[in-house]
Design a binder for this molecule. Structure first.
Ligand code: TEU
Ligand code: CA
Length: 557
């Protein structure tokens, strides 16, 4: 078999657990999750069987975008603890045989970063060129670009009379990667953390670091503007390769690049084995499946067939050339069981099915905190109860345009990022065991029924199902290195595939609220390894009848 899928690596066999520190565990009763809170819960994380922790940003930050606006890359946000706390956490994670990767947010900094404070100081400041400054055109912004979280990407600095570029909020000015000192500065930051001993990076919106031009966007839809103008600029791969040569190649680390604009056609340019750029990428084809032209607040329906086809197409695109990453949720999206499963009638089986998908497709699985409990979307009725800057800014935008604000709230409940950011549900006590005081963001209304403590006591819980699946994946490297062969590809709702190497495993999922039947050509005797229902069919099956959201791992003898 071909190259990359076969070469063994810890980050291919590993299972990643993503932590949003602000919402994981509060150790000092201020209502904000922190590093010592994570330390307290390391045994819990270890008990899941995961091997790599991805920590969302913990650097010093004014928190306009919850840590994705960094004012000092070499300091810990005081709300989260100190550098000593970090060093202790790092040491304990390694002592427990796990690894840790951190977020590298290098497309932009905070507007409070010293580089930006100097840059905006005067036109001839030595750091002026660290950011992207342009003169006004006819007393207006230099072009018609829209920012990710609504409004213009340009902000006027009255002192020097120029506009600076910010692809996200105005407190997140974009760095000028054309400037080699900027690139060297980021390389130094990376070395600082790698020399401490961290095990790699998740790279935030890495696809947009190289700017193509600064002309108007001719596209009506935001997603076209992103993919055709903001992302994949002419020097992107040069910058990534340089970063690999200068920094990454000197350490045994893993990297996963994030960002819009990664497509089936260009994916291997990032992760191709011969490229020396990144190990993995997060593409958003399945995560944007319900996004209309105007993005997440313009939702459109999708079918299970579309969903399954995306995974099939991606496995084929990377086959033999690069390694995939498998995820269904993160801190930027609504809860996976609410989006892709059925969080009302079939929460338990659909959460277990989605977990099985994560653990059995080809690629490294990423679990987002709380998904191992089957946490669901929240239900909020007032705008002031949301925290997310994307929601707040877009609300203002809708308000200014006279659009339907009740509809906006309901879309935010269904699609907004705060769904993933409510505190972790540890137990049924008043603040869910997250903190002894009122948390920075209210708990999800379900915490009394969905929490770690209840699920620890139930051998059949979603939590214990994750543990079983993770252990199974670790014991069966066929799920890591084996081939991925889809059967009955045209079936509308059943997703079924073989993973074959030392053993032959057939995995079947019924992505549906209804019963469905899978016809198996050339049936062979099948033995159940793991199933989310009692008494699933086994043996010599020709017509496999599956109940709502039934999901089974079979072994063929
Ligand atoms: O997200 C970048 C990103 O690609 C998302 O903005 C995505 O396009 C959007 O959610 C779709 O509507 C990263 C971080 O994960 C996010 O938390 C930050 O807010 C953002 O970058 C800016 O740093
Ligand atoms: Ca705290």
């Amino acid at each position: 078999m071909k190259g990359i899928q076969k070469s063994k690596n810890w980050w291919k066999e590993g299972i990643v657990y993503q932590i949003y520190p602000r919402s994981f565990k509060d150790s000092n009763e201020d209502g904000i999750g922190d590093l010592n809170g994570i330390l307290e819960k390391l045994d819990y994380i270890k008990s899941l069987g995961v091997s790599i922790i991805w920590l969302c940003p913990v650097y010093e930050s004014p928190n306009k975008d919850n840590g994705y606006d960094i004012s000092d890359y070499r300091a810990i946000m005081s709300e989260f603890g100190s550098m000593d706390d970090f060093d202790r956490l790092l040491e304990e994670i390694h002592a427990k045989g796990m690894r840790i990767i951190m977020d590298l947010v290098a497309n932009h900094t905070s507007d409070q970063h010293e580089w930006f404070l100097e840059s905006k100081n005067s036109l001839d400041n030595p750091r002026r060129d660290y950011y992207i400054w342009k003169d006004p055109i006819n007393d207006n912004a230099p072009n018609n670009w829209k920012a990710f979280f609504s409004g213009s990407t340009w902000e006027l600095d009255p002192q020097t009379g120029q506009y600076y570029l910010h692809s996200f909020i105005k407190e997140q000015p974009d760095l000028n990667w054309e400037n080699s000192e900027v690139r060297r500065g980021i390389h130094e930051v990376m070395k600082y953390w790698l020399d401490k001993g961290i095990d790699g990076f998740r790279m935030d919106v890495i696809t947009i670091i190289s700017k193509r031009h600064f002309n108007d966007s001719p596209y009506k839809s935001f997603s076209d503007t992103v993919s055709k103008i903001y992302a994949n600029g002419p020097r992107l791969h040069e910058f990534l390769h340089e970063m690999n040569v200068e920094v990454l190649s000197k350490y045994d680390v893993m990297t996963v690049g994030e960002g819009p604009g990664i497509s089936l056609d260009n994916a291997t340019e990032f992760v191709g084995e011969d490229r020396a750029e990144l190990n993995m990428i997060f593409h958003f084809d399945h995560m944007f499946i319900d996004h209309g032209e105007d993005g997440r607040f313009d939702p459109i329906p999708f079918s299970k067939k579309q969903f399954k086809d995306i995974f099939i197409a991606w496995d084929r695109a990377l086959e033999g050339k690069g390694w995939g990453s498998i995820f269904l949720g993160n801190h930027d999206f609504a809860r996976m069981v609410s989006r892709f499963g059925n969080d009302k009638l079939h929460r338990d089986p659909s959460a277990k099915l989605l977990a099985t998908l994560l653990m059995t497709m080809r690629g490294t699985p990423y679990i987002y905190q709380g998904d191992e409990l089957g946490m669901v979307n929240n239900q909020i009725d007032r705008i002031d109860q949301f925290d997310d800057v994307e929601i707040q800014n877009t609300y203002q935008d809708w308000k200014n345009k006279g659009k339907d604000l009740d509809k906006f709230i309901s879309i935010s409940n269904e699609k907004g990022r705060d769904n993933a950011r409510t505190p972790m549900q540890w137990d049924a006590s008043p603040n869910g065991g997250f903190s002894s005081t009122k948390p920075w963001l209210n708990l999800n209304h379900t915490y009394k029924n969905i929490n770690v403590s209840l699920q620890e006591q139930d051998s059949n819980s979603i939590l214990n199902y994750y543990r079983k699946l993770i252990q199974y994946r670790k014991d069966h490297l066929t799920l890591v290195y084996g081939t991925f062969e889809v059967i009955q590809e045209n079936h509308e709702t059943i997703f079924a595939y073989w993973r074959k190497e030392d053993e032959n495993l057939l995995i079947v999922h019924n992505l549906s609220d209804d019963k469905n039947t899978l016809f198996i050509d050339d049936p062979v005797p099948l033995k159940i390894e793991i199933s989310n229902y009692q008494d699933s069919q086994e043996g010599h099956i020709e017509h496999l009848s599956l109940r709502p959201w039934e999901s089974i791992i079979y072994r063929a003898n």
